[in-house]
Structure formats: structure tokens, C-alpha cells
Design a protein around this ligand. Structure first.
Ligand code: ASP
Length: 322
């Protein structure tokens, strides 16, 4: 009999609707517990409620707790796969944190729901079912942490939430999902070309994220220069450019030894140093900023955090981004 570790962390998938006000709220008893019997034919499921958090409350420390629970499962328990249910707002951040910090012999799949379990057309139970099938599939091994939502299988590295309420919210811009779950069958069509994992035992660094805009100046960068941040990710314009008025603030941060990583605020495509004008990507790179091609700002922020926690961060930082 195959064994699945099912970790619940909260999110809409664990909430119900107040019929009078329409507000969606956490409940005493996880609503998915009543569906466990649906999945238990020929599978043994070990279910744990490790948190009961709306995902905007999830911190890097919570992510580290999830990672530690999974390391215990990898080292000491004999599971064939693990599924984590999670709020969708920050699901992609937790998924990528686990992807960067875990080397698992069995598949680990994150899922959630856009509609609470008691709402008409709720996606929670079917997403959970698809996530369990994906975690059980031999084909899911060695593909990094996976995100299964709305019958699609995405990589933790590239998936992102694209819609506030629609159940087809999780997408992988530029590269597409790597597989689908269709009528109980798990099928893969693509694979990532490289894996990377870094051990992380604690969270000690402070990494922030800013989005660039037309006419941006140094105000926000100057404000950050008076804090104790260790790293900053910027969702820059287009392929990775910034308005010239940001440069004094950028230089101040670089002089303070703050690592600056450039991504793009564009929905698709990758950040690259193309333009040589003032504030263009080539200029930013010359000043000491690092490009993160293919990663969104929120993923680059998780990666910069993980890299800065490494003992050899100074050597690693350039080689593992660009
Ligand atoms: N706000 C909710 C959360 O992330 C949304 C969801 O789970 O879909 O916890």
C-alpha cells in the first residue's frame, strides 16, 4: 500500500463561507477531513494540520518549519509522496522555497483552492485529488516541487498566481505547465533543464522587493538605505531597465553592500542586460546589479534569501543567478 503525507497549512481550501455575510473564514475543523475517505482506497494517508494560516500570514519561518517537517519525512519516514495544502496568495513562494531547499526522493506537490469547500463549484476536493495522484505517480519524481491546480502541473520555479478569483489562476508564463492531470491520469510533457538545492537551517537575512514605475526616483531606495536590508530585488521595466533618477539610490545601496537583483515587471519573457543607456540593463550590471533571467520578482526574492543564508554566499551569488 502506498503512503502519502498530507500536510494542511490553511488557505481558502481550509475555510468556509459565512452564509449570512458571504465572508470567507477559517473553520474549527478542516473541511477536507470529511473527504479523506475518498482518497483512501489503496492509499494510506497520514494527515497533519501543521498550521491553520491564511497564506498572507505565512512567513519564511513558517516555510522553514514546513521544510523541516518534510526533511523528517524524507530521513525517517517511508512515504511515497507528500501533498501540502496552502492558501493560494503565497503558495508560489512556499513552493519555490521548498524547491530550493529540499532534495526529496519522493514527489512533493502543493495545492490549494480558489473557492471554499462549501461554495458551489468548489475546486478544493478535485485539486486535492489531482495533487494526490500526482504525488503518487512515478513520473513525478525528480521534477522538483510541483504545484497542481485546475488539472495542470506546474514547476514551483516558474508558476505564478495570475487572477484574483478565477479557478484557472495558476499559470506558467513563457514556459507553460509541464503536465496535466486528466481523468485520473498524470501526464508530463516537459522537464526543467537543471535542478538546484541549497541547505537552509535558519532565516537571518532581510530581503525586500520593489516594483519600478515610470518616473521612479531614489526616494524608496534612499529609505531602504537607512535600514538593515541585506538584499533587494527590483521588478524593473521591460527587459530590466530603470529610470535614471533611481541611480543615486541604487548606488547608495550597492555601496552599503546590499545585493541588488534585477527581474522584470513584464508578465512574460526574461530579464536581460540589453540596453546601454543611463539606467539600462547594461549600465545596472556594470554598477554591480545581478540579473535573474526567467524568475519573477517574488521568486527571485525567495532565491536571494536562500543564497544569502549560505556560508559562501559571496561566491555563489553571481553564478547561481545569471
Ligand atoms: N487569501 C487566501 C489565502 O491565500 C486565498 C486562497 O487560499 O485562495 O489564504
Amino acid at each position: 500500500m502506498k503512503r502519502i503525507l498530507l500536510l494542511h497549512t490553511g488557505g481558502t481550501i481550509s475555510m468556509s463561507t459565512d452564509q449570512r455575510t458571504g465572508a470567507v473564514k477559517p473553520t474549527e475543523e478542516h473541511p477536507l477531513h470529511q473527504y479523506s475517505h475518498l482518497f483512501e482506497e489503496n492509499i494510506e494517508i497520514s494527515e497533519e494540520d501543521i498550521f491553520h494560516l491564511p497564506s498572507p500570514h505565512v512567513t519564511l519561518h513558517n516555510m522553514l518549519d514546513m521544510q523541516k517537517r518534510l526533511i523528517k519525512a524524507i530521513d525517517e519516514e517511508h512515504f511515497d509522496g507528500a501533498v501540502i495544502t496552502h492558501g493560494t496568495d503565497t503558495l508560489e513562494e512556499t513552493a519555490y522555497f521548498l524547491d530550493l531547499t529540499l532534495d526529496s526522493p519522493f514527489p512533493i506537490v502543493l495545492t490549494g483552492a480558489m473557492r471554499p469547500t462549501d461554495e458551489l463549484g468548489s475546486d478544493g476536493v478535485s485539486n486535492l485529488q489531482n495533487a494526490i495522484w500526482t504525488a503518487l505517480s512515478m513520473d513525478s519524481k525528480d521534477k522538483g516541487i510541483l504545484v497542481v491546480m485546475n488539472e495542470e502541473i506546474h514547476t514551483a520555479r516558474y508558476v505564478t498566481k495570475t487572477h484574483t478569483t478565477n479557478i484557472a489562476t495558476f499559470r506558467t508564463p513563457t514556459f507553460g505547465p509541464i503536465g496535466i492531470v486528466s481523468k485520473h491520469k498524470v501526464r508530463f510533457f516537459q522537464k526543467l533543464v537543471f535542478d538546484e538545492t541549497y541547505p537552509v537551517k535558519s532565516i537571518s537575512k532581510n530581503v525586500c522587493l520593489l516594483k519600478a514605475f515610470a518616473g521612479m526616483d531614489s526616494t524608496l531606495f534612499d529609505a531602504l538605505a537607512s535600514t538593515n536590508i541585506d538584499g533587494l530585488v527590483i521588478e524593473a521595466l521591460g527587459a530590466g531597465n530603470l529610470p535614471p533618477a533611481t541611480l543615486p539610490g541604487i548606488k547608495r545601496l550597492l555601496n552599503n553592500n546590499v545585493e541588488i537583483v534585477i527581474t522584470s515587471r513584464a508578465f512574460s519573457g526574461i530579464a536581460q542586460d540589453i540596453y546601454a543607456y543611463k539606467g539600462g540593463g547594461k549600465h545596472l550590471k556594470e554598477l554591480g546589479a545581478i540579473f535573474a533571467p526567467g524568475l519573477t520578482g517574488i521568486k527571485a526574492r525567495i532565491k536571494l534569501q536562500v543564497i544569502l543564508e549560505q556560508d559562501n554566499a559571496d561566491d555563489l551569488i553571481k553564478q547561481c543567478f545569471d
